[in-house]
Ligand binder design. Structure first.
Ligand SMILES: CC(C)(COP(=O)(O)OP(=O)(O)OC[C@H]1O[C@@H](n2cnc3c(N)ncnc32)[C@H](O)[C@@H]1OP(=O)(O)O)[C@@H](O)C(=O)NCCC(=O)NCCS
Length: 170
């Protein structure tokens, strides 16, 4: 079962991230983003009543363009529930909701081997907020959502919780 999360899910969402990303501390970022519910879409997957997977989309634009883009991140599935299609279901469901909101392009910094299956392609026109090192350049990807046009070139402008260089290492 997949649904948008509520304030009542926050504790479980924050408990999921250290398990999905044992080497990264994403809780301050996720917590700060969940507080900005005007600019984020937060979806979770449940097994019975337990929250086992979570994804966030942050609405954003470039310097020249209004909020017609979105950043997909983070995405996490509890290790015990990985490789069962939950991550894919959250991505697909989120992309549908982005399209319905009139979002024209979704960006992600992640493994191309995973995101390619949804149609993400390397992004060269719109830049991440911080430079991506050359060796990880193919991790910066985007997917255009018709019928809206993709964003024109420029640097992605994101809310303050995203403005930390350490979050932009592939
Ligand atoms: C990456 C992650 C979100 C995928 O979710 P999931 O529910 O396990 O994945 P799904 O069941 O939807 O898809 C499974 C497929 O993805 C592949 N896959 C899983 N993790 C992958 C990764 N990091 N890179 C490339 N492929 C990956 C699997 O091999 C499998 O491939 P197949 O369909 O060809 O057999 C999840 O494994 C996870 O939370 N990992 C730890 C945190 C993380 O790395 N998040 C990535 C955010 S960029």
């Amino acid at each position: 079962m997949i649904r948008e999360t509520t304030v009542g899910d926050t504790e479980e969402i924050l408990a999921l991230y250290p398990q999905a990303f044992p080497d990264e501390e994403l809780r301050p970022l996720v917590s700060a983003l969940l507080d900005r519910d005007q600019v984020v879409l937060s979806l979770a997957g449940f097994n019975k009543k337990s929250l086992v997977a979570h994804i966030l989309f942050t609405i954003c634009g470039t310097e020249e363009q209004d909020q017609t883009g979105a950043l997909l991140a983070p995405l996490g599935v509890l290790p015990s529930h990985q490789k069962q299609g939950l991550g894919s279901s959250l991505v697909k469901s989120g992309l549908e909701k982005m399209r319905a909101k009139g979002i024209g392009q979704v960006f992600v910094l992640g493994d191309p081997g995973y995101y390619r299956r949804f149609g993400f392609l390397p992004e060269q026109h719109v830049l991440a907020p911080y430079p991506i090192p050359e060796e990880g350049a193919d991790a910066w990807q985007s997917l255009s959502l018709a019928p809206r046009a993709p964003l024109s070139a420029g640097r992605l402008m994101l809310p303050e919780p995203w403005m930390a260089p350490d979050l932009w290492k592939p």
